[in-house]
Design a protein around this ligand. Structure first.
Ligand code: HEM
Length: 118
């Protein structure tokens, strides 16, 4: 009798453990989807003229294109006011600038992608 009860309790605990794993997995997936925003969601296509409006000035968001992708740097302290290290401004294709920067493209990993460049 005691043995049967023990087996039943083990089954219940195993079931709870599996349910816990499944829900933490789906949370991880959600996080991945939010990150970088480059999943199935449709991305906006920017012309250079459209991109120029996102210069980080007068309350405009600050977007920068690198290698055909448009990144949101609005909330990055180093890009406050749409200007970066006195070397680059927002609203442009900065592909050439990033190759000359001290950090290279690794900084792009933490940024949200908002579109592609036409
Ligand atoms: C010649 C061009 C560039 C130079 C000299 C430069 C230089 C720097 C420096 C010195 C920092 C560190 C600032 C700090 O910690 O306060 C920084 C940070 C950063 N840069 Fe650049 N950069 C250049 C181009 C770019 C471009 C084109 C991008 C494209 C998005 C970019 C994105 C960033 C970001 C996101 C950070 C913040 C990194 C962090 O806080 O982890 N930079 N840059």
């Amino acid at each position: 009798m005691k043995k049967t009860r023990l087996i039943m309790i083990s089954f219940v605990l195993f079931g709870l453990l599996m349910a816990g794993c499944a829900s933490s997995n789906s949370n991880n997936n959600n996080n991945n989807n939010n990150n970088n925003n480059n999943n199935q969601e449709e991305l906006r296509e920017f012309t250079l003229e459209e991109l120029a409006q996102y210069n980080g000035k007068d309350g405009n968001p600050a977007y920068v294109a690198v290698n055909g992708k448009v990144y949101d740097v609005t909330d990055v302290p180093a890009w406050r006011g749409g200007s970066h290290q006195g070397a680059v401004v927002a609203g442009i294709d900065a592909t050439e600038f990033i190759s000359k920067s001290p950090h290279g493209t690794s900084v792009l990993n933490g940024l949200k992608i908002v579109g592609t460049l036409k």
